[in-house]
Design a protein around this ligand. Structure first.
Ligand SMILES: Nc1ncnc2c1ncn2[C@@H]1O[C@H](COP(=O)(O)OP(=O)(O)OP(=O)(O)O)[C@@H](O)[C@H]1O
Ligand SMILES: [Mg+2]
Length: 510
């Protein structure tokens, strides 16, 4: 028998149960130095829970961890860190009132006894940003509360890379779900570099194309069990999908384009604090995708239309009439919906049950004749929750206990069921599994066919290309161009989205 490959960390027979849920059962995996192991599975399959066992955030109910053949017990995150095992989470904790630099070095400051002043912290952070290729995405002095999800993710990555204990195992939990194409490239370069330096990398993602670009082996979890481990070169998308969801996926076939109706939303030279001179239209029955890099101003534009950020100049027309939402309430009453990118802060009551979160969309409507509609709406949300296969032991479960992707499905279901005239979706499939993604595309397509106008912000290129009737690309707070469905290619989008590097006048983002 050949000797087994070296392992940086070995997990054997790991089990973890929560009230009513077996999150992991009998999971055995080895994490090998110099290798990227991808972890895939539907929302709620147990991926994040496994990472939390590796990071010492959860103590497993069964099984053991070993390093170099010796058992290790990670009963606290500190114990795992000391052994060089680090996890970069989906929703990193950021201290809101201090700078990026302080957020990066927050874990390190007290132990060192060194005196850091702000300038040296900023300098160290800037050096790390340049070294790892993120200097255009983040500024060391920005305050935590102002960071986008992508920027938060990068802060978390820098924390690990600048740690005093060099990492042996680094696990990324859906690192690209809030990054756009450009940052994804930087992240992949970083991951390959870590791998080549002998780190065991664990990579959780729902994006199939990424898996084949970056992974050496792929492990698939389903209902908390390990279904199998495949060499990336010896498997394909269909096999992985079958392992994950136990069936094949039907291709999204968009209805024939060209059935767009009246103009529902018309922006003319709209300018806010973040975006300038934005003009484009969305028609009834049309799906317009807003593409662009992180920081291009897409979410800010959406929030301005929704009355959540002020419009400084220019005009918005809705249903052919001038429209000015002073607050989101105005927008909702007029028939506009916005499912925001950050489910935690903007959209969900994390401490409340699934049922409460489903009802809340309609609680504020007190007029009596709407009661019937309310009941209908609630039934519709429940139906969407079924269709999207939200994994929860019951409607009474607290939302914070659901997996990330299942929380996202609830946000979406709520807005889909309200049936607005214009629905703005900001990264609607962020963190959603392949099966549910296909279902969401089918629902979006159906809503468009019924005449809804949809404006979809997405950093997921295959998503943009398969959903959009038209693509509006933003760059640096402005519209860089529009692409019709017939001309939509990845290259066309990227050419508009990425600032041209002309030797004479090099543009620098941020
Ligand atoms: N603290 C908790 N209390 C109760 N149940 C939990 C808790 N954490 C996770 N679960 C449940 O354990 C199961 C696995 O969740 P986990 O977060 O590991 O899924 P995941 O594979 O990461 O999914 P996603 O792709 O949506 O992120 C889910 O059913 C989830 O609801
Ligand atoms: Mg997860």
């Amino acid at each position: 028998m050949s000797s087994s490959p070296p392992s940086a960390l070995t997990a054997t027979g790991i089990g973890k149960r929560f009230a009513g849920v077996t999150a992991l059962s009998e999971v055995s995996l080895d994490f090998r130095p110099g290798e990227v192991l991808a972890l895939m599975g539907e929302n709620g399959a147990g991926k994040s829970t496994l990472l939390r066992v590796l990071s010492g955030d959860h103590t497993p109910d069964d099984g053991r961890l070993e390093i170099d053949g010796k058992p290790v017990i990670f009963d606290t995150p500190r114990a795992a860190m000391a052994a060089g095992v680090r996890v970069i989470y989906q929703e990193p904790e950021i201290i809101p009132h201090v700078s990026v630099a302080e957020n990066v070095f927050v874990g390190e400051l007290p132990q060192h006894g060194r005196v850091f002043n702000r300038r040296s912290l900023n300098r160290a952070t800037q050096a790390a940003l340049v070294e790892y290729g993120f200097e255009n995405v983040l500024n060391p002095s920005t305050i935590g509360s102002r960071l986008s999800p992508a920027q938060r993710q990068i802060v978390e990555i820098l924390r690990v890379l600048t740690a005093t204990t060099p990492p042996k195992v680094i696990a990324f939990d859906e690192p690209t779900s809030s990054l756009s194409e450009h940052e994804v490239e930087a992240l992949f370069r970083l991951i390959r570099r870590l791998r080549d330096s002998g780190v065991a990398v664990v990579y959780v993602s729902h994006r199939m194309n990424e898996i084949f670009r970056v992974a050496d082996r792929v492990a698939v979890l389903r209902d908390g069990k390990l279904i199998g481990v495949k060499d990336a070169t010896a498997t394909d998308e269909n096999e992985l999908v079958r392992m994950m969801i136990g069936r094949d996926l039907s291709e999204l076939r968009r209805r024939a384009a060209g059935n767009a109706g009246d103009v529902v939303l018309k922006l003319d030279s709209v300018t806010t604090d973040d975006v300038h001179d934005i003009s484009f239209e969305v028609r009834a029955g049309e799906v317009v995708c807003l593409a662009g890099l992180v920081g291009a101003g897409r979410s800010e534009l959406a929030r301005a239309v929704f009355g959540d950020l002020p419009v400084r100049s220019g005009t918005v027309e809705f249903n052919g009439k001038p429209f000015h939402a002073r607050n989101p309430g105005d927008a909702v009453r007029a028939g506009i919906g916005l499912a925001p990118e950050e489910r935690k802060t903007d959209a969900l009551l994390m401490q409340r049950s699934v049922r409460d979160n489903v009802s809340i969309a309609v609680l504020k409507r007190i007029r009596r004749f709407r009661i019937v509609r309310r009941a209908k709406e609630r039934a519709l949300v429940a139906e969407y929750i079924r269709e999207l296969r939200v994994r929860t032991p019951s409607m009474e479960q607290e939302v914070r206990k659901l997996s990330g992707g299942n929380q996202q499905k609830i946000v979406l279901a709520r807005w889909l069921a309200r049936n607005p005239k214009l629905l703005i979706l900001d990264e609607p499939t962020r963190g959603v599994d392949v099966g549910a993604k296909a279902e969401i595309y089918r629902i979006i397509d159906g809503l468009a066919a019924e005449g809804m106008a949809l404006l979809v912000i997405s950093s997921d290129m295959p998503e943009v290309l398969s959903l959009a009737d038209r693509i509006v690309v933003m760059r640096g707070g402005r519209v860089a161009g529009e692409i019709a469905r017939a001309d939509a290619t990845e290259e066309a989008v990227l050419t508009l989205a990425i600032p041209a590097l002309e030797p004479a006048e090099e543009e620098v983002a941020s």
